[in-house]
Design a protein around this ligand. Structure first.
Ligand code: SF4
Ligand code: SF4
Length: 89
């Protein structure tokens, strides 16, 4: 990630949405913990709220949401399994 950032690769602010595929099922609204997707306006994302977790991308039944960036593989690896809780003193 550090290498990519230093090379100046721009990171998209939010996932992209293919409006042709979206059926407005509401899955992404329900599973976006950041509240970045508004019911009834599922084809857009509030950039200021999006934390780029990709929960909407992974769960969209229509595959309407994508996050096309060289960071995607790294992010996917990072979020593949839940990490154990740690206490930092
Ligand atoms: S989960 Fe996919 S199909 Fe459902 S509302 Fe969101 S973008 Fe549309
Ligand atoms: S990437 Fe995460 S925070 Fe951003 S819109 Fe999707 S579910 Fe919400």
């Amino acid at each position: 990630v550090v290498k990519l950032r230093k090379s100046g690769v721009p990171m998209p602010r939010t996932p992209q949405v293919d409006a042709e595929r979206c059926t407005h099922c509401g899955y992404c609204v329900k599973h976006c913990t950041a509240g970045a997707i508004i019911k009834g306006d599922e084809c857009n994302t509030v950039a200021e709220k999006c934390i780029k977790c990709c929960a909407c991308v992974k769960g969209c039944p229509q595959k309407a949401r994508t996050y096309d960036t060289p960071f995607a593989v790294l992010l996917s690896d990072c979020f593949k399994k839940q990490k154990e809780d740690r206490i930092i003193l």
